[in-house]
Design a protein around this ligand. Structure first.
Ligand SMILES: NC(=O)c1ccc[n+]([C@@H]2O[C@H](COP(=O)([O-])OP(=O)(O)OC[C@H]3O[C@@H](n4cnc5c(N)ncnc54)[C@H](O)[C@@H]3O)[C@@H](O)[C@H]2O)c1
Length: 425
């Protein structure tokens, strides 16, 4: 069993650390946020990820996992160092590697001979090579091991991955990293640094493109009377296409797709490659978010005297509390610009969001719809399906339901008295 340091206690770092400890390794997770470390030491998980609190509790109890403040305090004793640091987007779409560089600088002087620095953060092609140059030691090795987990299913995705990608410039170093995962039953793909980095960006850009394609077809369905659910079912049976990532929605977002697509497009530009398909995918998603906001404007014109909108769902998808680049927030920003009065409810959000200037956060879905002229459903939380929609319709001033995730059944909603507008239906 190996001694492992994990740098960054976010969605990826905490899941990685807890799962590696669960596999029997001795893991120390470091973060530079004092409050986060204190809260973890007190047994409180600083974000919502199903099952993570139990798993962390178990491995802390069995002394396989502990937390420290400061990367160097975790790395001094470890053979493997997992970098799970943020890589947000710069304004030109390129990746901001400053957190990443800061993390590395903190551990440079404490790295033991023959240790391996493993990058789990999503980074542009060429980063591992630059990292090896920055470390400037022949006895410390860099391996790229991109993470594919999705929030809401993070533990399952880590422990039952569809594949493990390990990129390096040495078979021996790749095999040492592969051994850390020897208890997992998953195909291991070994490649160069560059391929591993491009695999991760390509996977996210491809999924974003798939969602944009479905959203474009959904718009065509609305114009032609076809039904997007039938169309996606009809093509999803084809194994060459597959049925995942086939739900029409308000537009894609989240902590990864927007920044990773933008970063890949920027990498392509830096090599002089005109990646029109990807650039258009990014633009079309913005247009789709505009189109989603216009669905509200269709039932409540911008010059209407009654412009009260209830919004259900703020996170970028169900099963997470992550609000980064949430399409729900992007749509509400557009409505705020047109002076709609917005009351919003989300099971994981309790406080006003800095991204939204006037939207009021409510703590219950029924209170949120009282006197509203439209209800817009923006996140596909299962709990919404359990609400009494007759009560909801009765308490609204105008029972308009804009269901951007196709959570509800049109016929049932119309029977209750809603004017129902779905996505691609
Ligand atoms: N969230 C996902 O679903 C997901 C999935 C796959 C890959 N990724 C990638 O993984 C990386 C991390 O993403 P995340 O969502 O876990 O980010 P996050 O923002 O949730 O967590 C990052 C953590 O790193 C800490 N940190 C920042 N600088 C530090 C430093 N110098 N020393 C120690 N800790 C430091 C932060 O305090 C934070 O706790 C990103 O590159 C992301 O693109 C994310």
């Amino acid at each position: 069993m190996a001694k492992i340091a994990v740098i960054g206690a976010g969605y990826v770092g905490l899941t990685t650390g807890a799962c590696l400890a669960h596999l029997g390794h001795d893991v120390v997770i470091a973060d530079n946020n004092d409050d986060r470390v204190k809260s973890l030491e007190a047994g409180i998980i600083p974000f919502f990820e199903p099952g993570l609190d139990e798993l962390v509790g178990d491995v802390v109890k069995s002394k396989k996992l502990s937390f420290v403040l400061g990367a160097s305090n975790a790395s001094g004793n470890a053979e493997f160092h997992f970098l799970c640091l943020p890589t947000p987007a710069n304004t030109d779409g390129s990746s901001d590697l400053s957190y990443f560089e800061e993390g590395i600088n903190e551990i440079l002087t404490v790295l033991q001979p023959n240790s391996i620095v493993i990058n789990k953060s999503t980074v542009p092609l060429g980063t591992a090579n630059r990292l090896q140059e920055a470390i400037a030691r022949t006895d410390v090795h860099v391996v790229s091991n991109p993470e594919f987990l999705s929030e809401g299913n993070a533990i399952r995705d880590f422990l039952q991955p569809s594949r493990i990608v390990i990129g390096s410039n040495s078979r021996e170093h790749s095999e040492r990293v592969a051994k850390l995962y020897s208890k997992l039953n998953a195909p291991i793909l070994m490649s160069s640094w560059e391929s591993a980095e491009l695999i991760k960006h390509t996977a996210n850009a491809f999924l974003a493109m798939k969602l944009t394609f479905v959203n474009e077809i959904a718009t065509l369905c609305e114009m032609t009377g076809a039904n997007i659910k039938d169309v996606t079912d009809g093509i999803g049976y084809d194994p060459r296409i597959g049925s995942d990532y086939m739900n029409a929605g308000p537009g894609w977002g989240g902590s990864c797709f927007p920044k990773d697509s933008a970063s890949l497009a920027q990498v392509a530009r830096s090599f002089g490659f005109d990646f029109t398909l990807l650039e258009h995918t990014i633009d079309l998603n913005q247009k789709h978010l505009d189109r989603t906001a216009r669905k509200v404007q269709r039932v409540i014109p911008t010059d209407s005297p009654h412009k009260k909108v209830a919004a259900w769902g703020l996170t970028f998808k169900a099963g997470t509390d992550d609000l980064r680049y949430s399409p729900a927030v992007e749509v509400l920003k557009r409505l705020e610009e047109d002076d709609y009065e917005i009351l919003a409810f989300d099971p994981t959000v309790k406080e006003k969001l800095p991204q939204l200037t006037s939207t009021v956060i409510m703590d219950d879905p029924y209170g949120c719809v009282n006197g509203a002229d439209a209800l817009i459903v923006l996140t596909e939380w299962k709990s919404f399906k359990l609400l009494d929609m007759e009560t909801v319709a009765k308490s609204m001033r105008n029972a308009n339901l804009i269901d951007t995730r196709n959570v509800f059944n049109r016929v049932e909603m119309e029977k209750i008295g809603f004017t129902y507008i779905g996505m691609g239906l």
